[in-house]
Design a protein around this ligand. Structure first.
Ligand code: C2E
Ligand code: CA
Ligand code: CA
Length: 697
């Protein structure tokens, strides 16, 4: 008690004793209130509440016991009430305790000791109060704690338990006297007891991690911390760490899984590959890495939007999953791990690991199967999209000793596959690495080519079968590289498209071809010139404006300019595409659909497009007339074009036989080496005056 002195109420009917007690207590520093009898004591107490009451047992009216019982009832267990009794009155002492007295003092009172005695009693009271406060604090802490708490004895008996509601649901409510193994599964209880023992002999930071399943099937993770209390008792604090565990697992997932497709990502593929390389090295095994890239995916993304692009990637991933699952290939792999064989590296690139290979042919077989799987059209958003893939294969140990080298070489092989024409598969060979290096420098050389005027145009005639004359020319760009000589557009156009340089190059082509065409018109030999437009160019909002400027600057009437676009461009069934085409047509330009049949899409949308003609792709003309499949395809395309009212040009016509066949099918025009290879502008006038009377063999 700080500040004010302790207040003691003394009730005694004997005036002398009263005064003596007062003198003794005041001397000891207490403040004293005196009552003459029981009633007086109660009255005084309610007027002046005190910290302790001293009651004489024998008083007239209410005796000490009665007052004691009354106050005890009123003030609760802890309030100190001291009875003053006769020394030999054992019965009275017993009754004093019955009435709830805290202690007693016997008469005759030892006056010099009285003060000490009372002070000692007060100290006891204070200790008790502190203890109660401490208990209340502990209880509050336990309530506030999100943890469950067990106190165990050395044998693993529960001494006390405080469980959160959630934990009670799971384990029930352990009672003091239960053994820990009745609360938790045996193996966990065993680990807990071991840790408790360690805690008792002085180990610290002891934790036991375990998981329990709820009735609803969800798994909960716990972390129990054990601390020694007295050497006999252990405190066990149990925390539900499920959320933390889940978060850790999610982070793990994010780090290793591609969120779009749910496939393992690059990181997890590389780690898996590294493990497999180690194993293969140890066991003298061979393995293969397939690097797969979807053909023309960029076009789909550009023309149909990223939503469809993402959807297509997901569907493709699903098919690939089917493709790599068959047991024959992954028989030796852990079935749970099978999926790791397939990964998405990013964009439209996927990889497949064949962990154990007998022959290189097996990898090729898998690549073929993947090609088959992808070939079935994807139906997205009511549209049919045909997707092919280019696949490169690198082998361990043949093509590289580590994961980086294998992946890089498989990538190189994939590019080679693309160059071979899409929907293709290639193994890595050392020579290809050089080519990869060249690819890197290609972009910067293309810029220089534009600046240094290394490009020029070639023209390939299209024979009009009705007149036997050349009425149009396809303009094809040529690049005379200062060191490498002529470089094929098949090599540099894709690079130009990827880097965006195609916009500048394409504009150069349009201007050059328009200028040439304007000259031929002026010379009295008018001929239509067909210029190839890349998808990237077509998507430029400035396209129409640029075309008008170029026509105006070169003085070419729009009817002599034809634009060749591919299906990828037209696939975007949007108002903008349709609008651009309509504006070009209204201006008087012609539109041809190039490479018809190699694209992705169904044909129903063609009807709405303002096209003039369709060009049958050379891959269908090749092998005619012997190739029955191609023959059937060409017949179908001819019928379709008739139906939709488009004229037809066949590309890649190389023989008289092909020319006659196409003529008989009523194809309107022919283009190909049988008529003429592409020629330089100077050679065009000669072609324009020539005639090709087609006579059947
Ligand atoms: P493409 O539009 O399909 O052009 C026809 C290609 O077939 C030309 O190849 C042509 O030389 C070739 N060819 C002609 N006759 C025959 C034949 O009888 N048999 C075979 N097998 N092929 C024949 P080239 O000139 O190498 O052009 C390749 C591709 O490069 C073109 O394919 C076109 O997609 C692109 N390209 C060419 N010039 C340009 C251009 O100025 N702009 C754009 N964006 N692309 C261009
Ligand atoms: Ca073309
Ligand atoms: Ca073509």
């Amino acid at each position: 008690m700080s500040g004010r002195p302790w207040r003691v109420l003394v009730a005694d009917d004997e005036p002398v004793t009263r005064l003596l007690i007062r003198a003794a207590l005041e001397k000891a520093g207490f403040q004293v209130f005196l009552a003459e009898d029981g009633e007086d004591a109660l009255r005084l107490f309610s007027a002046e509440p005190c910290d302790m009451v001293l009651l004489d047992v024998n008083m007239p009216g209410l005796n000490g016991h009665q007052v004691c019982a009354h106050l005890r009832h009123q003030l609760g267990d802890e309030f100190p009430i001291v009875m003053v009794t006769g020394m030999d009155d054992i019965d009275s002492i017993r009754r004093a305790y019955d009435a709830g007295a805290t202690d007693f003092i016997v008469k005759p009172v030892n006056w010099p000791l009285l003060g000490h005695r009372i002070r000692y009693l007060f100290r006891g009271v204070q200790v008790l109060k502190d203890l109660h406060a401490a208990n209340a604090r502990n209880a509050a802490i336990l309530q506030a704690l999100p943890d469950s708490l067990l106190r165990l004895d050395a044998d693993g008996m529960v001494l006390a338990a405080h469980l959160t509601n959630a934990d009670q649901e799971l384990t029930g409510r352990p009672m003091p006297g239960d053994h820990i193994s009745a609360v938790l599964p045996a193996d966990i209880a065993h680990r807990m007891l071991k840790a408790a023992e360690l805690a008792r002999i002085g180990g610290d930071g002891l934790t036991v991690n375990y998981a329990l399943s709820r009735n609803d099937g969800t798994e909960h993770h716990y972390e129990a911390r054990l601390a020694d209390i007295t050497g006999e008792e252990t405190l066990c604090l149990v925390r539900d760490v499920t959320e933390r565990k889940n978060a850790e697992r999610d982070i793990q997932r994010l780090a290793y899984v591609d969120s779009l497709t749910g496939l393992p990502n690059r990181l997890s593929f590389i780690q898996r590959l590294e493990r497999e390389i180690k194993r293969a090295r140890r066991e003298g095994d061979r393995l293969a890495v397939l690097f797969l890239d979807l053909d023309g995916f960029k076009n789909i993304n550009d023309s149909l939007g990223h939503g469809i692009g993402d959807l297509l990637l997901q569907r493709a991933a699903d098919r690939l999953r089917q493709g790599v699952r068959p047991a024959d290939l992954v028989a030796r792999a852990d079935p749970l791990d099978t999926e790791v064989n397939l990964a998405r590296l990013g964009g439209d690139e996927f990889t497949v690991l064949v962990p154990s290979l007998h022959h290189a042919d097996e990898a090729l077989g898998l690549a073929r199967r993947i090609h088959e799987l992808l070939r079935r059209p994807f139906v997205l958003d009511g549209r049919e999209i045909v997707m092919t893939a280019s696949i490169g294969i690198a082998l361990f140990p043949d093509d590289g000793e580590d994961a980086d080298a294998l992946l890089m070489h498989a990538d190189t092989a994939m590019y080679h596959a693309k160059d071979e024409g899409r929907d293709n598969c290639q193994f890595y060979r050392t020579a290809l690495t050089l080519e990869a290096m060249r690819r890197l420098t290609l972009e910067s050389s293309l810029r220089q080519a534009l600046e240094r005027g290394e490009f020029f145009m070639a023209y390939q005639p299209q024979l009009d079968l009705a007149t036997g004359r050349v009425q149009s020319l396809e303009a094809l760009i040529r690049w005379r590289h200062p060191e490498r000589g002529l470089v094929s557009p098949m090599e540099f156009i894709p690079a130009a498209e990827e880097s965006g340089l195609i916009v500048l190059i394409g504009e150069w082509v349009l201007r050059a071809a328009s200028a040439d065409a304007a000259r031929w018109v002026a010379a009295g030999t008018p001929v239509r010139v067909a210029v190839n437009l890349s998808a990237v160019q077509f998507m430029q909002p400035e396209l129409v404006g640029r075309l008008r400027t170029i026509l105006a600057e070169t003085g070419l009437a729009p009817q002599w300019l034809e634009l060749e676009v591919t299906e990828g461009v037209l696939m975007e069934d949007s108002a903008a595409t349709l609008n651009t085409l309509q504006v070009l047509r209204q201006d008087g330009m012609q539109i041809a659909l190039d490479d018809f049949g190699t694209g992705y899409s169904s044909l129903s949308y063609l009807k709405r497009l303002p096209l003039n003609r369709i060009k049958i792709d050379k891959s269908f003309v090749r092998g005619l007339p012997a190739d029955k499949e191609n023959l059937a395809i060409v017949r179908t395309i001819v019928a379709l074009a008739r139906n939709l009212g488009f004229t037809l040009v066949a590309e890649g016509v190389e023989t008289l036989e092909q020319a006659c066949l196409l003529r008989d099918m009523e194809c309107e025009a022919l283009q190909g080496s049988y008529i003429s290879e592409p020629v330089a502008g100077e050679a065009v006038p000669a072609l324009l005056s020539a005639r090709w009377p087609l006579t059947a063999t």
